[in-house]
Ligand binder design. Structure first.
Ligand code: AMP
Ligand code: MG
Length: 326
């Protein structure tokens, strides 16, 4: 089982090597890039394997939904259902440190892993000119969580990124130091009224001056809506049972490695026991089993044991939440 690839050379790219950055992104590689907030760890949002590699490189113990970055609002709104408020805020604050959470369009090709299985997607148009040129040349959504190992400080220059992730990612596109240095403001526009999920680079006052009152997400004062909380919105309807070594009569199987015998419905995360493959397929698997089990009269999902190392930690975290009594 492989958690990280072999150590590799991380390319340090200058602003006139955007073509190389795009080529690497298209090949499913990880390219850190500067934005006005912090350096993001970029990957093709539509490539689940590349997104899984982002979590692996960061060593993240859970899958929180990632923000998709675009060159302009027009492109962003081809992936999500914009409403009047979104159009208005985009016109005023994009490009800039504002992230909008909106419903995914039905044919949205962004991987389920990037959105942590949620029916919504967070989108943003960063202001950094080099980043925008890269995004325009790439043409599609690029995820970009902060380019640091999980639990460490966000990087605000290319040297920080190399110190954290050098040898684990393909390249860093150096666009100089980040002027804002704090993360983007995250505003949820997918419900009846706007909700502030995370304070950030655009102030609440500035947003309210544009669209009127905005509620704060409940929970601890300024904590970003807990990924766990968010993920539970999409907990499957079926009961989830972890570490299954045999299958009950009314259970579907979420397999990892050689599948348990006797399953009437099975989704294979990774036959060869690869955690990155499994991460890339996890949310697809939960959706699919949930959809098909009802028709077959199945009542639960049995999950084969998944090692709690590397990406396995995040996979188990998500499955434990799905298995929690509700
Ligand atoms: P980061 O990419 O690390 O800057 O953080 C992304 C943050 O955006 C997450 O921690 C969430 O709080 C928020 N976020 C991303 N996608 C969604 C979504 N679909 N719904 C709600 N919040 C989201
Ligand atoms: Mg971070």
């Amino acid at each position: 089982m492989q958690v990280f690839g072999p150590k590799r050379m991380t390319e340090l790219l200058t602003a006139d090597e955007i073509g190389r950055a795009v080529e690497l992104l298209r090949a499913g590689e990880l390219v850190a890039f500067g934005t006005e907030t912090v350096y993001g760890l970029g990957a093709d949002a539509c490539n689940a394997q590349a997104v899984a590699a982002v979590y692996a490189a960061k060593g993240r113990p859970s899958f929180n939904p990632l923000i998709c970055h675009f060159a302009d609002a027009q492109t962003a709104f081809r992936y999500v259902q914009a409403n009047a408020l979104a159009e208005r805020l985009a016109a005023k604050f994009w490009p800039g440190p504002l992230t909008l959470v909106l419903p995914r369009l039905p044919d949205c090709p962004v991987s389920q892993l990037a959105g942590a299985g949620l029916p919504t997607l967070a989108v943003r148009v960063p202001a950094q000119p080099v980043a925008r040129r890269m995004l325009a040349a790439f043409g599609g959504p690029v995820v970009g969580p902060s380019a640091n190992r999980s639990g460490r400080i966000s990087p605000t220059n290319a040297q920080h990124v190399l110190a954290e992730l050098g040898g684990r990612i393909a390249a860093v596109l150096d666009s100089g130091p980040c002027p804002v240095g704090v993360e983007s403001t995250v505003l949820d526009l997918s419900g009846d009224a706007p909700v502030l999920l995370r304070p950030g680079g655009v102030t609440l006052e500035a947003l309210q001056a544009e669209i009127g009152p905005i509620a704060r997400a409940s929970g601890e004062a300024s904590a970003p809506a807990s990924p766990g909380m968010l993920a539970s919105h999409y907990a499957p309807g079926l009961l989830v049972r972890l570490n299954a070594t045999a299958l009950g009569p009314d259970e579907a199987l979420l397999a990892f490695g050689p599948p348990l015998p006797g399953a009437r419905l099975c989704f294979q995360l990774s036959e060869r026991g690869d955690l990155q493959d499994a991460a890339a397929r996890l949310f697809e698997g939960l959706h699919e089993l949930d959809e098909k089990a009802q028709a077959l009269g199945l009542k639960g999902i049995a999950v084969q044991p998944i090692p709690a190392t590397g990406l396995g930690l995040a996979i188990n975290d998500r499955l434990t939440r799905a298995a929690a009594p509700r």
